[in-house]
Design a protein around this ligand. Structure first.
Ligand SMILES: Cc1cc2nc3c(=O)[nH]c(=O)nc-3n(C[C@H](O)[C@H](O)[C@H](O)COP(=O)(O)OP(=O)(O)OC[C@H]3O[C@@H](n4cnc5c(N)ncnc54)[C@H](O)[C@@H]3O)c2cc1C
Ligand code: FES
Length: 272
């Protein structure tokens, strides 16, 4: 059992938990994830470790309520316990000192990119963060990003805060202005693909963090299979970080829809 020490609600569908999980916190590295099973009858769902603190023995998860499990979890409050937590899982992000690295978070992808940003900064890189939200109301963690970003750009789709438009606009501008050594993009698949297409002509190494449907999280079931260049990879053990220029995004987007029908039924039943 893992206790929820703190809960914050960022929007009607976005919330944060700080969980007491000393073993996971001690072993966690930026880029890794956990698999949560919140009660006896729940499914197992993967969630990125958005922050961790070995001293306090805590990990932080930022969750979007998109279906039955994540909506049910949103009803849990401080002091409640979740049943199971497996992790840390996946390969840690590859982080070394770079002259200039651009970290792009789209929507909920802002949370998982935070520990990667922090690690790049602590290693001495010049860090530029681009955070994209749909509207000002969806924004979160601006202060956390300010602390580790040499430059911070915020975009909103509707222009209610920061620059109006998509994250690819400032990305293209930065590429035109200076030398970028690496781009790391985390967010919706369409956003990660768009970022990879902007950097491709310039040959800028671009890392994306994939979120295919996972079941066991240990490389056994094959659910998280993705095609990367000529290779078949399993996101849970080979990733989640992958080379954005080699990922077959079309295949991944199709595979992501394969349980649509059952997800809708579960969601509807939960609402009744
Ligand atoms: C490595 C990884 C890290 C992730 N990190 C986060 C995170 O930090 N915060 C967050 O809110 N979400 C994260 N996700 C997505 C999250 O796991 C799904 O949103 C969640 O499983 C949805 O479950 P549900 O029952 O609420 O919704 P459902 O209605 O069951 O599904 C809604 C959508 O979520 C996706 N999904 C469903 N089941 C899974 C599954 N077992 N594995 C992956 N995707 C699934 C599908 O695209 C589906 O269409 C991550 C996924 C992966 C693979
Ligand atoms: S989730 Fe089963 S192989 Fe990756």
């Amino acid at each position: 059992m893992y206790r929820i020490l703190k809960k914050e609600v960022y929007s009607p569908v976005t919330y944060m938990w700080v969980l007491e999980a000393p073993d996971v916190a001690a072993a966690a590295r930026a880029g890794q994830f956990v698999i949560v099973c919140h009660n006896e009858t729940a499914e197992r769902i993967p969630l990125t470790i958005a922050d961790f603190d070995a001293d306090s023995g805590t990990i932080t998860l930022v969750i979007q309520a998109v279906g039955k499990s994540t909506r049910e979890m949103m009803t849990y409050n401080e002091g409640d316990h979740i049943r199971d937590l497996a992790g840390p899982l996946g390969e840690a992000s590859h982080i070394e000192p770079l002259s200039t690295v651009v970290l792009i978070g789209g929507g909920l992808g802002v949370a998982p990119i935070y520990p990667i940003l922090r690690q790049f900064k602590l290693k001495g890189s010049h860090t530029i963060s681009i955070l994209g939200f749909r509207t000002r109301e969806m924004m979160f963690w601006q202060e956390r990003f300010s602390a580790y970003s040499d430059e911070l750009i915020i975009t909103t789709d509707d222009g209610s805060y920061g620059e109006k438009g998509l994250v690819t606009i400032p990305l293209q501008r930065l590429i035109n202005e200076r030398t970028i050594n690496r781009v790391v993009a985390i967010g919706p698949l369409v956003m990660m693909r768009a970022c990879a297409e902007v950097t491709r002509p310039h040959g800028i190494p671009t890392v994306v963090s994939l979120n295919p449907i996972m079941v066991d999280g240990t490389g056994m079931c094959g659910s998280c299979r993705v095609t990367v260049g000529n290779d078949v990879k399993f996101s849970c053990i080979d990733g989640p970080d992958m080379d954005g220029h080699l990922v077959n995004f079309d295949e991944l987007m199709n595979r992501q829809k394969r349980f649509d029908k059952y997800e809708k039924i579960a969601n509807k039943k939960y609402a009744q």
